[in-house]
Design a protein. Sequence first.
Length: 310
Amino acid sequence: MRPVRLAILTLLILTASTVAKPRTAFDPGKPKELKAEARGPYAVDLDWKNVRGSEGYYVYRDGNRVAEANSSDYRDEGLQPATTYVYQVSAFDDDGDEGDLSDPVQVTTEALPAPTVPTDLVATTVGPYRIDLQWSPSASESGIAFYRVFRDGDAVATTGATAYEDSNLAPETSYEYRVSAVDRLDQESGLSEPAAAVTEMEPGPPPPRNLAAVAQSAIQINLSWSPPVASIYPVQGYNVYRDGEAIGFVVSTAFADAGLSAETTYGYTVSSVDTRGVEGELSVEVAATTDTSTDVIPPAPPTGLRLVGG
């Protein structure tokens, strides 16, 4: 029996020697001295102290694993401009066992350049109440979202075009304009060079209606007319013109032109004048011809008269 026991004992020893020892868990400690540096608007460079015994590293951005690195540095690309990110790194061994996360670091990518300033701004007066603006487009890497229009230092409008109609203005008033560009990242350019314009005066009153001219005699022509239909400001009187020359101002709707030559044709126009003193357009011209002269030569005094006494 002794040889059998010896064989069994030998077998037990050999079996025990082939059983794997319990594996020690991978615990290299967390990576240290993690640094993050923005590389322009779209990338961040990471580097950290090498962990002894590690097979590689996992990179985390904002709590999410985004990459695996074989060395102690990594460039994270495809990011958004002017955006803050938080990074951490962990080490893993050849079995994929992961150690603790590093302390977090925060970094902000660079912003894209602001749009270029709009150029060639021109302001053009279009009547008493409107000024039109035009300018050359700005350039932006992210694209122009809109332009902001400033009037006398105050922002008054936005537009996606390189032109703007500024209306409802006051007549006879000077306005100064500037324009800025805003890109799709909400970055705004500086202000353009200023451009100024002055709105026109409000129009004068409409011309009188129904102008008529009638010869009264060989030396006089009578004029009459109707007031204009509508006027922004009240009409205070009328200017009368004969053959293009002003000959009088009246507040009524009639005028007697005297001291004329007989058998002569004259052309007349009339304009309205409002309470501002602004004259409107001339009426349609009418003409009239003075009558033939009616002057009579008086008879010669009698001759050869003698006084007869009683």
